[in-house]
Design a protein around this ligand. Sequence first.
Ligand code: TRP
Length: 335
Amino acid sequence: MNKQTILTGITTSGTPHLGNYVGAIKPAIAASKDPAVSSYFFLADYHALIKSVDPQKVMQSTLEIAATWLALGLDTSKAVFYRQSDIPEIPELTWFLSCSTAKGLMNRSHAYKAAVQDNQTSGEDLDHAINMGLFNYPILMSADILMFNANKVPVGKDQLQHLEMARDIAARFNHSYGKNFTLPEAVIDEDSKLIPGQDGRKMSKSYNNTIPLWLPEKKLRKAIMKIKTNSLEPGEPKDPQDSTLLTIYSAFADAEQKVEMIQAYQDGIAWGAAKQIVFELINTELTEAREHYEALIANPAEIEAELVRGAEKAREYATPFMRRLRHAVGIRALA
Ligand code: TRP
């Protein structure tokens, strides 16, 4: 039986935060230990260009995200870990797919439509500040996935539409040129932990409520102390149903720790004391990896070498597959 291929990409447009860690990175690294799967994890730096015109930021984010995965124990002798821009077959495939993708399909993209909607609301020209990268984003993402014939693609709920588009795009290409692509499936881990940010909304760069993953200990403590609670005094029972702090805690705690915390809430634990417990648990989980992370960041050459090796492995698949696709569409040697 063929191994299942699991693939996911991380846009290099920010600093990894606790939400990325519990929601995506930790489960992906755990899943990659299964010998029955091949894992492809990559840094989506082409995607980063859509939103950023800050070269330093793109590079710094690439460095930090790569160091994060390595520090957290990704085994690069098993998983293929690479940078999207090191695979020239990906932009080539993006073009092939562009030529068999209906523009109407892209018009329906939520991300694009939201940008148009914003312009409408603010009375701007409808195309204001919308680049072709945003419009073509789902095609590039489809190329990422189809390039390796991924079966399963773990993504956040906000990416579901992109996976549906990847399937449509693959089916259309297959229909024209024969069965070249596997239709990928999104994997949305329902109980994967989506954690709120300090203000209780989803932890996200765009809300400015994130807790960076690699804060030094003191700053991590400070950030946890800033998680929004209410004005209940020590001794007054706290509601475990409606607590950002408890939701964050639960993403790290085992069942027993969670039960104990709920009890503590009912017993009226002071918010400061509860936060201290949350800090200690998270800090303990991250301490060793943080040291590893610091060491890697101080040695970018080592990270670069990992990525170059990863790209070589990825291209062992991509290069011959692209050759086949070129042939399929009629781009062939004439003699
Ligand atoms: N668009 C994804 C995100 O923002 C990142 C991404 C790019 C991706 N290419 C991908 C995810 C391919 C899965 C597969 O989260």
